[in-house]
Write a protein that binds this ligand. Structure first.
Ligand SMILES: C[S@@+](CC[C@H](N)C(=O)[O-])C[C@H]1O[C@@H](n2cnc3c(N)ncnc32)[C@H](O)[C@@H]1O
Length: 280
C-alpha cells in the first residue's frame, strides 16, 4: 500500500493531466453531475451570508453554485490540483462570481482554523483521499458547531453503466489490475453505509444517506467515447497502456454498446450517486 504522500503525488499528477478534458467537456459533465450538486446543496441550508468550504472542488462545483446562493457570504474552493482550480476560477469569472477564493491543499491537512465554516461540501472527492477518516476529522474540525457536511460518491459499478461500458470494453484488450480495495478509485466508497460510518467516527450526528440518479447525455455514441476517454480517471489511465489498434477496437466495441442507449438524436446513459449528510 503506497504512503499518504505517494497517493497525494499520484492524485495531483493524475488530475493535472485530466484537467484539459474536464475543461473541454465542462458543459456535459456539469449537466450530468448537476442533480447531485443540487441534492447536496438542498440539505446544506445555505444562508445569504454562508461561510462555505468546497473540498476537492475541481472545476468549481458545487462551491460556485453555493456562491451564487450566498451573495453576502464567502466560499473557499480547495483542491489538490492547481490546474483544476484554475478552471474553477475561469468558470467563476465567466459567471461574474466574486465572493470566492481558491486554495490548493489536501483534504486531510486543511490550512483553516477550527470552527470557521457553516458548511462543507465534497462532491466526488472522498474516493481519492489517502485517509478518509483523517480527512473527515479535518472537515469536522473546521465546521462550526451545528454546521453541516455533505458529500457524494458513486455507488457500485453495476449501477453506473455510463462508466462501466467503457471499462468493460477496455478489459477485452487489457488485463486491468483491480485497484487496492482501500486505495483511491472511483468505487472505493460504494458500499452502503461506508461514508456514514466514517462521519460517525468523526463525531458527526444526524447522519443520513440517499441515492440520486444521474444521466450522461451526449449527441452521439462517438461523442460519448471521445468524452469518456478524455476525462474519466479509470479509462484515461487504462488507455495509456494500449496501442492504437487496440484503442480502435475498444472504441468500436464501446460505440456499438452505447448505440443501444441512443434515442431521438441523443444518447442517455444512467448512473447512481450517493449523498451523505451529517451535522457537527
Ligand atoms: C471527480 S473530481 C470532482 C470535482 C468536483 N467536485 C465536481 O464534482 O465536479 C475529483 C477531485 O478530487 C481532487 N482530489 C484528489 N485527491 C485529493 C485530496 N487528497 N485532497 C483534495 N482534493 C483531492 C482532484 O484533484 C479532483 O479535482
Amino acid at each position: 500500500m503506497p504512503s499518504g504522500s505517494e497517493i497525494r503525488d499520484v492524485q495531483r499528477a493524475t488530475w493535472a493531466g485530466l484537467s484539459a478534458g474536464w475543461e473541454k467537456w465542462d458543459s456535459v459533465i456539469m449537466e450530468q453531475l448537476g442533480p447531485v450538486g443540487t441534492a447536496m446543496i438542498d440539505r446544506l441550508d445555505i444562508a445569504e451570508d454562508q461561510q462555505h468550504l468546497d473540498i476537492a472542488a475541481g472545476t468549481g462545483e458545487p462551491g460556485l453554485t453555493v456562491a451564487n446562493l450566498a451573495p453576502r457570504g464567502h466560499i473557499v474552493l480547495t483542491d489538490l490540483a492547481a490546474e483544476m482550480l484554475d478552471i474553477a476560477t475561469r468558470r467563476a469569472n465567466a459567471q461574474g462570481i466574486t465572493n470566492f477564493e481558491t486554495k490548493v491543499c489536501s483534504a486531510d491537512a486543511l490550512p483553516f482554523n477550527d470552527s470557521t465554516f457553516d458548511s462543507v461540501s465534497v462532491r466526488f472527492g472522498y474516493m481519492f483521499f489517502p485517509d478518509v477518516a483523517k480527512a473527515t476529522a479535518e472537515f469536522a474540525r473546521v465546521l462550526k458547531p451545528g454546521g453541516r457536511l455533505c458529500s457524494s460518491v458513486w455507488v457500485k459499478p453495476e449501477e453506473n453503466p455510463w462508466t462501466t461500458i467503457a471499462m468493460q470494453a477496455i478489459a477485452t484488450e487489457l488485463v486491468v489490475t483491480p485497484p487496492d480495495a482501500d486505495g483511491p478509485n472511483m468505487f472505493r466508497c460504494a458500499a452502503p453505509g461506508y461514508v456514514s460510518a466514517v462521519y460517525e467516527g468523526a463525531g458527526l450526528r444526524d447522519v443520513a444517506e440517499w441515492d440520486v440518479d444521474v444521466e450522461l447525455v451526449t449527441r452521439s455514441p462517438a461523442q460519448y467515447w471521445e468524452m469518456v476517454s478524455e476525462h474519466v480517471s479509470l479509462a484515461v489511465a487504462a488507455l495509456q497502456q494500449v496501442d492504437e489498434p487496440a484503442r480502435q477496437r475498444i472504441a468500436t466495441t464501446v460505440i456499438a454498446k452505447v448505440s443501444t442507449y441512443e434515442a431521438d438524436g441523443e444518447v442517455r446513459i444512467p448512473g447512481v450517486a450517493r449523498c451523505i449528510i451529517g451535522t457537527k
